[in-house]
Design a binder for this molecule. Structure first.
Ligand SMILES: Nc1nc2c(ncn2[C@@H]2O[C@H](COP(=O)(O)OP(=O)(O)OP(=O)(O)O)[C@@H](O)[C@H]2O)c(=O)[nH]1
Length: 367
């Protein structure tokens, strides 16, 4: 973060200045795995059969949980319709500036997005309405789809894909029960259609044929895909760790706790949300060991377990915090579009051929 931008974050507490830069600790920069590579190859085969790609991202880390691999796949397929679903709406900062910033980012990229809590029925029903509308638009142009209207559900690990699919399924179930006089009809899990292999992707029906629509609507569930090392960096990896999108034990818990402290200080938690600041009766600090000492319940508790407990709490219920420092900057200071373009450039012509060999036995999984 540059100094002029950082000055805005200076706290009103006399003599306290948050850190504007986070140290580049020695840590793994990616969590890309062999099975994700397999899933990616499968994606490329499946995408031509899709009508829409839905990419889930965590609203608290809109930059870190974006995976440009999905952009590349969607663009290859003649600019396939892509919808971004930001999950964990219930945890997002209640801050109009933040929402305005997101709107501007997405406008620049021509990318549609919605915010939702994957566990909230009303939110999920609204997403279903979008799918139904898109299907209706296609049908209006005479598009009867024997395989149904298909949306591929993608995203980084742990962003809420299964939760969203289960919620959509529950709505479908309920609707089905109503229409079948209380008898529970099993939700379709069809994998038998041409080109869809049952073993690796689940096909879930979320809307049946109706009087108005001949097409059924299906979701295709996919495993979470991480980014390869060439488009990752320290901030991205730490942001993902705080969202639970990379394996917890991959990064030292003290680094994760220190990053959380760095973000809290940049976001003035000490003044805005004092009750959530560690040791809220003490002064703000940039010293993670001081924080861990404040949070220690008894003298026997070691620093690492205190760090794990604290970050876990924020990972699951952390309300009102943003995990990407760049998202705190104005659009003059940080261009999301430029960032995405540079990510795509770095990704370049990444070919998956031979990658499995390189992934095997490479602890840093850099490629
Ligand atoms: N607060 C909140 N929690 C959510 C939301 N969506 C999902 N979760 C929680 O986030 C955790 C991960 O959700 P999953 O649905 O398993 O994520 P996933 O993307 O399927 O994970 P992978 O299968 O690892 O790729 C679970 O504990 C969910 O309850 C949301 O909108 N709000």
């Amino acid at each position: 973060m540059n100094v002029s931008a950082a000055k805005r974050f200076t706290s009103n507490v006399p003599s306290f200045i948050p850190r504007y830069k986070f140290p580049k600790y020695n840590m793994a920069l990616t969590d890309f795995k062999g099975h994700q590579l397999k899933a990616l190859r499968k994606f490329e085969r499946l995408v031509p059969q899709m009508n829409m790609i839905i990419e889930l991202r965590d609203i608290r880390a809109p930059i870190s949980t974006r995976n440009v691999i999905f952009d590349r796949i969607a663009r290859k397929e003649h600019n396939m319709l892509k919808l971004v679903v930001y999950t964990r709406k219930d945890l997002m900062p209640r801050n109009k500036t933040y929402v305005d910033r997101l709107m501007q980012w997405h406008e620049e990229l021509g990318e549609k997005f919605v915010l939702l809590d994957c566990r909230d029925k009303t939110d999920v029903k609204n997403l279903l309405k979008i799918l139904e509308w898109q299907n209706y638009e296609l049908e209006k142009e005479g598009g009867y789809l024997p395989m149904g209207y298909r949306a591929l559900i993608t995203g980084m690990p742990n962003v809420g894909k299964s939760t969203l699919i289960n919620s959509l399924r529950a709505i479908f179930d309920e609707h089905d029960r109503d229409n079948t006089g209380g008898k529970r009809k099993k939700v379709a899990r069809t994998g038998a259609e041409a080109g869809v292999t049952r073993s690796t992707s689940e096909v879930i029906r979320v809307a049946s044929r109706t009087a108005e629509s001949k097409n059924e609507i299906y979701l295709i569930d996919t495993p979470g895909i991480s980014v390869p090392g060439r488009i990752s960096d320290h901030n991205r990896m730490l942001g993902l760790a705080l969202c639970g999108s990379v394996k917890n034990n991959l990064i030292d818990p003290i680094f994760q706790a220190d990053y959380l402290l760095y973000l809290m200080n940049l976001q003035n938690f000490y003044e805005r949300k004092k009750e959530l600041y560690p040791g809220s009766n003490d002064s703000p600090t940039n010293d993670i060991y001081e924080v861990l000492a404040r949070l220690q319940v008894n003298k026997g508790q070691n620093e690492k377990s205190v760090a794990i407990e604290w970050t876990n709490k924020w990972r699951l219920q952390g309300k009102g915090i943003i995990f990407d420092p760049e998202a705190l900057l104005s659009n003059d200071e940080f261009s999301y579009k430029k960032y995405v373009d540079s990510q795509l450039e770095k990704l370049g012509g990444l070919s998956y051929e031979g990658l499995s060999d390189r992934l095997r036995g490479n602890p840093n999984q850099i490629f």
